[in-house]
Write a protein that binds this ligand. Structure first.
Ligand code: HEM
Length: 130
């Protein structure tokens, strides 16, 4: 049986390391850090870890947050768009490189998050009438 990425990167602790590496990078970039001003980062990183765990084949969440709803403020008030999303993915790649993740694992994690681009930006299939 093929192991999930979740298992291959070391389960919950592995995802936690990825989330820490990503947000450490985001916080060092003023263009990105501004999106998280006033956000409870402990709560945020916990939610992100649980959410990413499920995405990567780990334990399922009781309830999946709706990405369009979670990011509506970032999109409409702070201008989260494709260019910002690209930069987020760049930081994810750098963070994974910091962790010495293999190119294969890196590409699979990036591809998994890329699939949510439309939802995060509020133009995916789940877009709601505001
Ligand atoms: C595929 C990429 C992304 C994923 C999987 C993701 C995931 C999440 C999750 C799970 C939450 C918590 C939602 C909740 O529990 O209610 C969240 C919140 C948030 N995300 Fe993202 N996110 C992504 C991309 C981005 C990008 C590109 C930005 C902007 C730079 C961003 C900014 C935020 C902010 C500011 C919040 C906090 C919202 C609040 O508390 O008001 N996210 N994200």
């Amino acid at each position: 049986m093929k192991l999930s990425i979740y298992d291959r990167i070391g389960g919950s602790a592995g995802v936690q390391a990825v989330v820490e590496a990503l947000y450490n990078r985001l916080m060092l970039d003023p263009e990105m850090a501004r999106f998280f001003e006033g956000v409870d980062m402990v709560h945020m990183k916990r939610r992100q870890r649980l959410f990413m765990s499920q995405l990567l084949g780990g334990p399922a969440l009781a309830e999946m947050p709706d990405m369009a709803v979670a990011h509506a403020r970032a999109v409409h008030v702070h201008g989260l768009d494709d260019a910002v999303f690209d930069r987020f993915i760049d930081h994810l790649r750098t963070g994974l490189a910091d962790l010495n993740a293999s190119p294969l694992v890196t590409n699979e994690i990036v591809a998994t998050l890329e699939r949510l681009r439309g939802d995060v930006l509020g133009k995916g299939a789940h877009k709601r009438a505001a």
